[in-house]
Design a protein around this ligand. Structure first.
Ligand SMILES: [Zn+2]
Length: 351
């Protein structure tokens, strides 16, 4: 069974490829945070190493493509991959090199290359997952170029999976050597159904989380397990609501402190920017008379106040500025400068 949910369009394609023994050696998995990129990557790592599915491939004569349902999930390789203790799987993440906190370093790519050069010891395929692949070419060319060499002449039985929230930041030379899997946010109804079907989850909770998660099941499932996540989310929104009507010096102080945490936790800063984007997207929806579509439903009064006080054009400009800032952070520009520019673009209240 695939663990991935809400991506049936991709799973169908992968099932067919697995049964026919026709997988690409490199995939680019793109989509918003928590949409399920890592889950699908681990699913794929399990699928190529699964003892049961491997048998099916060999004997595909007696299996119709519809029989395929991804890795079995129970055999030894499947179980070990899900536990993250499989010798032929390597996950390369941003910050994995303590000397380079905000991107994947050349040394990490070289280590991955050496790992791939050795034949599998535990399963039948070597798999490397690059999480945060957009940083491979951030202000540097060596890591991307080194990876390019592997993609051009891949060793046999090797699977390279690049995960990114920003496919535009992946070099075209790398992109063109990968098969692209674009993960889509799940429709709200489908996510609601998936959450509500879990034991002990009431329909109100399922509805609220499905709305807040914006189609990203990873976030909703984490929030179910950890109620602290919802509280932290509420606090962050309260801060954004307050900063949105604060004087520039207060917003600059905030930009400064956020920039200071970038080298320690790049992903947390990105997440905070997504919250800014969501907040002002909701303000824009209210401004345009589409209040029923806002995600932060609990904040409707605050959103409406800001909608009344802001001009549509300014909100649109700010939303563009948030996108640019996310791109600039991926490109490794000075985070403080980028965040200050974003703070300058916060829509001014109309007196
Ligand atoms: Zn298995």
């Amino acid at each position: 069974m695939w663990s991935t949910i809400g991506q049936d369009h991709l799973l169908k394609q992968l099932d067919a490829g697995l049964l026919a023994g026709r997988l690409a050696h490199a995939y680019l998995l793109s989509g918003p945070p928590h949409v399920g990129k890592m889950t699908l990557a681990l699913d794929l790592a399990a699928a190529v190493n699964c003892a049961v599915l491997g048998g099916k491939q060999v004997g595909s004569m007696f299996g119709e493509p519809d029989d395929a349902r991804g890795p079995c999930g129970n055999c030894d390789p499947c179980a070990r991959i899900r536990r993250g203790v499989f010798a032929d799987l390597k996950i390369v993440a941003v910050g994995g090199d303590p000397r380079v906190a905000t991107r994947i370093s050349i040394d990490q790519v070289r280590e991955a290359e050496s790992f791939l050069a050795v034949t599998p010891v535990e399963g039948s395929w070597k798999v490397v997952i690059f999480d945060g692949a957009e940083t491979l070419s951030a202000g540097q060319s060596e890591p991307a170029n080194a990876l390019l060499k592997t993609l051009e002449e891949p060793p046999p039985q090797v699977l390279v999976l690049l995960l990114t929230t920003n496919e535009d930041a992946i070099l075209p030379t790398i992109r063109s050597r990968c098969r692209h899997l674009s993960l889509r946010p799940m429709p709200g109804d489908a996510l609601y159904g998936c959450l509500a079907s879990r034991p002990g989850v009431g329909s109100d909770t399922a509805r609220r989380l499905a709305r807040l998660a914006r189609g990203c099941p990873g976030w909703a499932l984490r929030a179910l397990e950890d109620p602290g996540l919802l509280e932290a989310y509420r606090e962050q929104l309260a801060q954004i609501a307050s900063l949105s009507s604060s004087p520039l010096d207060v917003r600059f102080n905030y930009a400064n402190s956020l920039a200071g945490s970038f080298s320690g936790d790049r992903e947390a800063v990105r997440q905070e920017l997504y919250l800014w984007e969501r907040w002002w997207r909701d303000v824009l929806l209210i401004k345009e008379g589409l209040a029923e579509r806002v995600h932060n439903d609990d904040w409707r009064d605050e959103l409406a106040t800001q909608a009344n006080a802001s001009e549509t054009a300014d909100i649109v400009t700010f939303l563009e500025s948030v996108r640019e800032t996310l791109g600039a952070l991926d490109a490794n520009v000075n985070p403080r400068l980028a965040l200050e520019c974003m703070m300058l673009a916060v829509p001014a209240s109309v007196a």
